[in-house]
Design a protein around this ligand. Structure first.
Ligand code: NI
Length: 182
């Protein structure tokens, strides 16, 4: 498994609609494994393939619970969203240090393929439902900033520009934390 470079806001791949995976083969499984490895190294709870520069409909979610196990989302599709939208703070590994309050459905039923290419359907709720919606947005070229009011988005983009001052390019190396760190 490899920790891959992260693509940051400004990288065009984050704005493309990702391609459906025609067949879950070893290359796709390697991508899934690398997404988990990169997400964990970056201390995230979800990661989508476009964030490592791969425009394919693949994402992973691990919000840290033991059951159900971490989700592998290949060609995921939300088939039903229910409940009144709830607002909570979100961030994104592609927009470090920027956070905003986003409305999301508290419960979604989704269909996807797993790491073996087997179709499954699952209902996720709460924080996990939020993470799934955030990752599926990535596959459609949508970032959480797009779901904020124009005023809030403008403020956060100004902050982002300030943070990025003096840096060039849109790639970030992920440096895993030393093992055993609390
Ligand atoms: Ni994100």
């Amino acid at each position: 498994m490899t920790v891959r470079q992260l693509h940051l806001l400004g990288s065009p791949v984050l704005r493309k609609r990702a391609q459906a995976v025609p067949q879950v083969d070893d290359a796709v499984r390697r991508l899934v494994d690398d997404l988990f490895e990169t997400m964990r190294a970056a201390k995230g709870v979800g990661l989508a393939a476009p964030q490592v520069g791969v425009s394919q409909r693949v994402a992973v979610v691990d919000v840290g619970e033991e059951f159900p196990p971490p989700l592998v989302l290949i060609n995921p599709r939300i088939v039903e969203a229910s409940g009144e939208p709830e607002v909570a703070e979100e961030g994104c590994l592609s927009i470090p240090e920027i956070f905003g309050e986003v409305d999301r459905s508290p419960s979604v039923a989704l269909e996807a393929l797993d790491r073996e290419g087997k179709p499954y359907r699952v209902v996720v709720t709460g924080f996990k439902a939020r993470a799934v919606q955030h990752e599926i947005d990535h596959l459609d070229g949508i970032l959480f900033l797009d779901r904020l009011s124009a005023v809030k988005r403008g403020l956060l983009l100004a902050k982002w520009k300030k943070l990025r001052k003096g840096t060039t390019g849109y790639l970030k190396e992920v440096t895993p934390q030393p093992a055993g760190e609390l």
